[in-house]
Ligand binder design. Sequence first.
Ligand code: OOB
Length: 551
Amino acid sequence: MLEGCTPWPGERARRYRAAGHWRGENLADLLSATAATHHDRTALVLGGRRLTFAELDRRVARTAAGFVERGIAAGDRVVVQLPNVPEFVIVCFALFRMGAKPVFSLVSHRANEIRHLCGISGAVAYVVPGEYQGFDHTRLALDLVEEHAALRKVFVLDREAVAGAAAAPPGVLVALDDVDAEPLPLPAPDPSDVAFFLLSGGTTALPKLIPRTHDDYAYQVRAAAALLGLDQDAVYLAVLPAEFNFTWGCPGVVGTLLSGGTVVLADAPIADECFETVAREGVTFTSLVPTLAQLWVEAAEWSEADLSSLRLVQIGGARTHSSLAARVGPVLGCRLQQVFGMAEGLLTLSRPTDSEERVLATQGRPLSPDDEVRIVGPAGDDVPPGGTGELLTRGPYTLQGYYKAPEHNARAFTEDGFYRTGDLARLTDDGDLVIEGRIKDVINRGGDKVSAPEVEEHLLAHPAVAEAAVVPVPDPFLGERIGAYVVPDGPPPALRELKEALHADGLADYKLPDWLAIVEALPLTGLGKVDKKTLTADAAARIHAADTAAP
Ligand code: OOB
């Protein structure tokens, strides 16, 4: 395994192989094998663009050869930041084929996040859209090339952005279309090695990299596809960003493709547009965060679009209210599946044969019979059956350690390799998991995970801020928004001023505080730490008071 990663201990690795979970296959060959069977069937759709499996496989092979020609080598890390376009799939599988490792960045990430990803991964290349949603990614990429010695290539989706870019060192900027060469025989990547890196939602100030191996991810998508009964008739609508684990492989994009089905990419999650796409392409399933599901349900009540092809909607990424869960099936005319998951691995899902009661009230059961789950109290002891505690897990597709993070790993894992999820959960008598809350210092803003310490660090850098604490504040639509408690240094700053400063710092917009309270001091716990429980309760009370006072 790539240096800086933690392999599974030998005994467990042997067990996962013996059970047939890990089959020694790599994701690139799995796609080629599917393409050999399904060549003329449609693999990818975006608007009017359609690629058959044969075309996709050929584009992947030519792009891999093109990357080699441009000096990208096996083992190299490449930061990939693209919207939901076929090129995202092509670039990732091309990198898999040549043994280079994509680092999945969110399109909404800005200088602050990408600088960190380039630094920690030692990336040699960065793949960008060009200008996207008003942001000039090419400009940012060129700035980062100057800062990071290892970073020497920027591949740009939009050819015109290459021509229009300010002076760049020769050979650095390359249009993605030009990454194209006669396919080469390339050595197959090692299935037990890293295929790509996902990002952690982050309890620490900056996101950590999650190595996912070919073996572990191939197993995850195969098991998830089997659970949903996917076959070549599956049509998956990728509404959420494709780089989100939920969208990419639960079973998502990869699971659908490897089943010979069709992946339809949505370039925006707007309900009405998605409904037209569902009707036009005969979409059979999709995955949504609760916030989007809410919008879809509201829009569907008025829409005349034909959604009859839709068989299943998966909802996950944040807590789903039972009232929303109850509306999904009747309004969208399909089954609901609750999914609890994380980029780190463990997935729990309700099963197609579960009673409605179970589907509405729980987050289902672990995907694999070899997922081990424990619920523990603060001292690390198992709580009595049915009790709530921190969820710990280990298994055949759950990481054993973040990339190059030994100190953090020592805290994030138990000695016997269980990952401390930071989520509070309980198990029902039937073995279903119910997520009850969280102890990690993260805000789940409609499915977007925001590390409180990261936002605090940026707030503290502002001259008008002496002390800062960031906590979730309740929001009827997003579930939670970002609340900031600030002790000012001089005249109190306004929310807008802080947001502008953090934006100018290069922090992604979804991490900017939504709500501000100016206070004289932050409450402390007996141990002298900021008492976030008290602040969270205080924020909820203030919002409630403001809501009830409103005319
Ligand atoms: C998914 O992955 P991440 O890595 O963005 O976030 C993981 C965290 C979990 O630890 C939990 O705190 C929260 O998101 N979460 C949920 C949830 N699903 C995720 N909280 C309550 N209810 C749920 N159903 O979010 C993710 C990855 C794969 C599949 C689905 C979601």
